[in-house]
Design a protein around this ligand. Structure first.
Ligand SMILES: Nc1ncnc2c1ncn2[C@@H]1O[C@H](COP(=O)(O)OP(=O)(O)O)[C@@H](O)[C@H]1O
Ligand SMILES: [Mg+2]
Length: 316
């Protein structure tokens, strides 16, 4: 099968997810049935037409479509164009792992929490900021300390823990004065999970690997990219269930689901990621992530083929 990975940054650099792209390339080279190509979204052109439904323009030339596409955009690549490419490939019938609707849904942290809450999945109480901020209302509904996050942030950048009302008030005044259009959410601080969370990697409805992350130096953010240590973690059934349900509710085919520990046992969902890095995860779990993703792609293509064959045989 031919697989395209879409990645906007420099593969040979230290950019976010560049290591993972190199892992995909290395693993694809070891298996006979996978031809892997990596394209930057900027190499593609979008021509919406009734004709030529079996190719797409790359560097100005019509190139036959692949079997599967894995959009793997890092936090810098949030452009409309990159998303439009994914949409176009889906429309052309290519099997896309994490479609455009899923990417958009998950990128918006509030939207993702709205869907999870509606699906009966445990998430910390979360509120969208409105300027000027009504601090009394935040105190009453969320309470302090409070976690403040930018709506579309990643890698822990744009996530703050504000211990007191006065620290919160100062920050909100600053934001209100300088950038009142900044989209922020306020979230209940899950204190027992301070500096600790779980990452479960879900592929096609199955948890393929898991790890625990612990923040360094008493910090509260357990992002691997901000230096957290990673540890092997054998997920219990409750953790597996909540991660699988989350992926299902958000329609994620490949994703990292992050869980926080709750006070009296059990878990609450911190967030979901459609472009999860897996350097720390492979280290902690020993699982070969690219191979597991290729397996899931093969399975999805076989299912699609079986469905098509069935339709053809009924029509005959
Ligand atoms: N409500 C919360 N309570 C406790 N810790 C949290 C909470 N929200 C986030 N964190 C910590 O901060 C980290 C980053 O937050 P997250 O929402 O995952 O943002 P990002 O998308 O930038 O990774 C999490 O991995 C977790 O360790
Ligand atoms: Mg996170």
């Amino acid at each position: 099968m031919e697989v395209w990975v879409l990645y906007g940054d420099d593969i040979e650099s230290t950019a976010d997810l560049a290591h993972e792209i190199r892992r995909f390339i290395a693993e694809a080279a070891k298996v006979d049935d996978v031809t892997l190509k990596v394209y930057k979204p900027s190499q593609l052109d979008l021509l919406v037409t009734q004709e030529s439904r079996d190719s797409i323009l790359i560097d100005g030339n019509a190139v036959p479509l692949p079997d599967c596409v894995y959009p793997y955009y890092n936090h810098i690549d949030q452009s409309y164009f990159s998303l439009a490419i994914v949409r176009q490939l889906e429309r052309l019938g290519v099997h896309v792992f994490n479609g455009a609707a899923t990417i958009e849904r998950v990128r918006d942290k509030l939207h993702a929490h709205q869907i999870l809450a509606q699906s009966g999945i445990d998430t910390p109480d979360t509120m969208l900021a409105k300027f000027p901020v009504d601090i009394e209302l935040v105190e009453k509904t969320i309470g302090f300390p409070v976690v403040v996050k930018t709506l579309n942030g990643a890698l822990g950048i744009g996530v703050f823990l504000l211990e007191s009302q006065s620290a919160f008030k100062d920050l909100m005044e600053l934001v209100g004065e300088t950038n009142p259009n900044l989209q922020l959410i306020f979230q209940k601080f899950v204190s027992v999970s301070k500096g600790r969370d779980l990452r479960l990697f879900v592929v096609n409805g199955e948890v393929i690997a898991a790890m625990e992350r612990r923040a360094k130096d008493g910090g509260f953010k357990a992002n691997y990219s901000s230096g957290a240590s990673v540890h092997m973690f054998e997920p219990d059934q409750e953790a597996i269930d909540i991660a699988v349900k989350t992926a299902e509710a958000l329609d994620i085919q490949v994703g990292g689901i992050d869980l926080l520990f709750k006070e009296n046992g059990g878990y609450t969902i911190c967030e979901a990621n459609t472009f999860p890095g897996f350097k720390g995860l492979e280290q902690a779990s020993g699982v070969n992530v690219p191979l597991r993703i290729f397996d899931a792609m093969r399975l999805a293509l076989n299912e699609k083929k079986a469905k098509n064959d069935n339709v053809t045989s009924i029509a005959q």
